[in-house]
Design a protein around this ligand. Structure first.
Ligand SMILES: [Zn+2]
Length: 338
């Protein structure tokens, strides 16, 4: 089954099962075989049984169901707010200059407890796979130069650093801070993956396509090595990052495939299907082809219908974006690329 083609699409925005039924028909005619439902803090609090209905409809239609902690704690990717962060200022990340970041800290016990309850709910409403979407310490890409190294110096991190290094985090050198931050992300993900497996679900992780040590995870092998991780990937959104498609998608796909071979994981590449400029829709097919040529067989696109329903990220011609994804997925499913 390792070479079976996986073609997925993320779904959010609409929470109304009546409307989802017609969207679901399109998802099937667009040759998807898995769906990534977002399950944000807001969904968990106010739409849990509604999402259970969306998951149930998806599974009845034959789709594998992935659940995404979309924007949860603002530690995962997602255009949504965190009530958890607002209600627990004491558990928020503290930036190097002492400012409070609008995101929960990985190391705070409140967040660990919250995530276990989120996993319990995801299992209860029928998820097959939990999708750990862009886990990262808080960064502001528009103000990237603000700190030489972005890290958190909250009480939990300060204590943890002191326990492992026998010195104060304020006296740490750059390399120690980078290593510590990565240790924390890997430890957090390992804990989530262990608990998810114990609950009978699989784990997928998607890392931000940023290897700059001042803000991102520079050593991806540490995440790929997590024993209970099943699917490992990244989202090289070439148009969003204004990068050359062939180099950006190709290099990251190659890295992901190599690490997956080394650690026996399934490689996954996300394809940008939002904020696609008019006239550039054909690039989606090229991105899939580039990743395919590197050995990727598990594709997911963000998101359904070219993200038409979220003005902040919508494509200029969402129908065209969506149809190209559907066509490419169809060719892959029919084995035309073999
Ligand atoms: Zn912290």
């Amino acid at each position: 089954m390792q070479n079976a083609i996986k073609t997925g699409i993320s779904y959010f925005g609409n929470r109304n099962p009546r409307h989802f039924i017609s969207d679901l028909e399109e998802i099937l005619t667009h040759n998807c075989n898995f769906i990534v439902h977002t399950f944000s803090e807001n969904d968990q609090q106010f739409y849990k049984d509604t999402i259970r209905e969306l998951v149930s409809l998806s599974k009845d239609a034959g789709l594998e169901c992935h659940l995404d902690p979309w924007g949860v704690g603002r530690v995962f990717g997602g255009e949504t707010y965190s009530s958890l962060a607002l209600r627990n200022i004491d558990a928020c990340q503290i930036l190097p200059d002492g400012d409070i970041a609008p995101a929960i800290c990985f190391n705070h016990p409140k967040f660990r407890g919250f995530m276990r309850a989120w996993i319990d709910d995801a299992a209860e409403i029928g998820a097959d796979v939990l999708f750990w979407d862009e886990p990262h310490f808080f960064i502001d890409l528009k103000e990237k130069q603000r700190f030489d190294v972005w890290y958190c110096r909250c009480d939990a991190c300060t204590r943890k650093f002191h326990d492992s290094h026998s010195k104060d985090i304020f006296d740490a050198d750059r390399e120690s801070l980078i290593r510590f931050r990565e240790d924390c992300v890997v430890e957090f993900l390992s804990e989530l993956c262990d608990y998810t497996h114990a609950k009978g679900m699989k784990n997928a992780v998607c890392l931000l396509p940023i290897k700059d040590a001042s803000i991102g995870l520079s050593d991806w092998s540490r995440v790929a090595a997590i024993s209970n991780l099943d699917i490992f990937g990244t989202d090289p959104y070439w148009m969003f990052f204004n990068e050359d498609l062939r180099a950006f998608v190709g290099d990251f796909s190659r890295d992901v495939v190599q690490l997956c071979q080394q650690f026996q994981k399934e490689p996954q590449i996300w394809i940008q299907a939002y904020k696609i400029a008019a006239g550039r829709e054909e690039e989606l097919q090229e991105a899939v082809a580039v990743a395919y040529s590197e050995g990727v067989r598990n594709f997911a696109a963000w998101s359904y219908y070219g993200n038409a329903y979220m003005s902040y990220n919508r494509s200029d011609s969402p129908q065209r974006v969506w149809d190209i994804i559907g066509d490419v997925y169809g060719e892959l499913q029919r084995g035309e690329w073999e």
